[in-house]
Design a protein around this ligand. Sequence first.
Ligand SMILES: Nc1nc2c(ncn2[C@@H]2O[C@H](COP(=O)(O)OP(=O)(O)OP(=O)(O)O)[C@@H](O)[C@H]2O)c(=O)[nH]1
Ligand SMILES: [Mg+2]
Length: 460
Amino acid sequence: MGLCVLLLAWDGLQHQWLVLGQWGLGGLSLLGLLAWQLKGLPQKSALSPRPALTAAMVQETQLQTQKFLQQVAQEIGDETLTDLKQRLVVIAEDSPRSLRFIIAGAKRTGKTRLLSLLTAQAWLLDYPPQWYEQSFEQPESGLETELARLQTADLILWVVNGDLGDQQWQALQHLQCQYHRLLLVFNKQDQYPEADRSEILLQLQQQCRAWLSTDDIIVTASAPQAITVRRYLMDGSITESQEFPPPQVDPLVERLQQILTTESATLRLAQQWRAYQALQSGAQERLNQARREKALPLIEQYQWLAGGTALVNPVASIDLLATLAINAQMVLDLGKLYQQRLSLAQAQTIAATLGEVLLKLGLAELSSQAIAALLKSQPLTYVAGGALQGLSASYLTRIAGLSLVEYFQAQPFTSSAPLNPERLQQAVEKVFAQTQRLGNLQAFIQGSWMRLQQALSPAP
Ligand SMILES: Nc1nc2c(ncn2[C@@H]2O[C@H](COP(=O)(O)OP(=O)(O)OP(=O)(O)O)[C@@H](O)[C@H]2O)c(=O)[nH]1
Ligand SMILES: [Mg+2]
């Protein structure tokens, strides 16, 4: 725009250059518009391609998994991990087996037709591949479940009939990050005229160029449409008939034969690598579960402590209430449970940050209001002020405690990593969203109120 203004001024001064100036203005405006358009386009964030998988890398992953299982076993008991340890041995043995090929893609893209053509081929191997079909639904909430169903595939043939949608593109990226071998099959090519077909192919190649070689994007027609064939007979008459051209899958079969001859070992390595990763996640889940079971009673203790204090000594502001609710000792205790090496000063910083997050997100205010509204419908009004503060403090302690559990859970084993306030905030948001449902809050209030009264009543 600045350049346009300059050109305008220059244009006014130099009359003899009028025509050229107008061209310049027009051109610059067009350029500006183009740049604006390009900038406005959503930028796809491409995951960077993984380095090629080697036997040494898989061995390293095996050792890591073994070590991790040992660490977890030390903490939660050997017997809880017996099955996972057995699985570790089975994966390492890697006994001969057929490779699993999954034909995946959106509905009605021609997967079943391809499957029947490919299973009919003679795959001259001791263990011919096993074929499966898997429809890819456009998931509304996350890709995870869809991708999990492809986890066992050694090779995925992803079938499209044209452009690759955004979600499919993301799915493919995630799959390649998990070392899944991918082939992109552009099927039903007979539906397009030659020029459009080349253009779509080029676009697919461009979209996936960071992690898929052009050899792995293959054009097929698994069941071409019938075409009308016109024959001119000797007597001058014309007959017309419908004929089905033969399927065109030869390039795909060739590519698959090539992969089977040259890459079988790598495909098996990748499957081993994924199996070790799955084993680690399995162990991590059990560890989280066991730690959570220990963390909950601990959080409850601090809940009653904060609730009781606020009930007896109501504080003047919501800020003070948040401070009272989050105790550095709770951070230390939970940190210890999650094998985080925290000093008292670090625990205090975390407690203060948590308090700030609760206030910043307006959660302290919000939960206090929600509790006040619920209290109005309960026969507790005679102590409403104290009750409101006690219950709010308990509730905030609970949210803070559960957020810490969420936060520590994602930290590596015995870590002394510095606090990441952003991740802490995400943990708080997640926990708050889970606990905020009305039924949960109501149940919490009923349970807590009884508990707080018990804590207050003088011992017999
Ligand atoms: N024109 C054309 N049609 C095809 C081609 N391949 C398959 N079809 C047609 O597409 C339709 C769907 O084919 P299927 O093989 O059942 O597709 P699918 O992906 O298994 O479908 P779902 O299992 O329902 O998701 C059928 O009517 C096929 O005849 C092709 O190469 N060209
Ligand atoms: Mg099908």
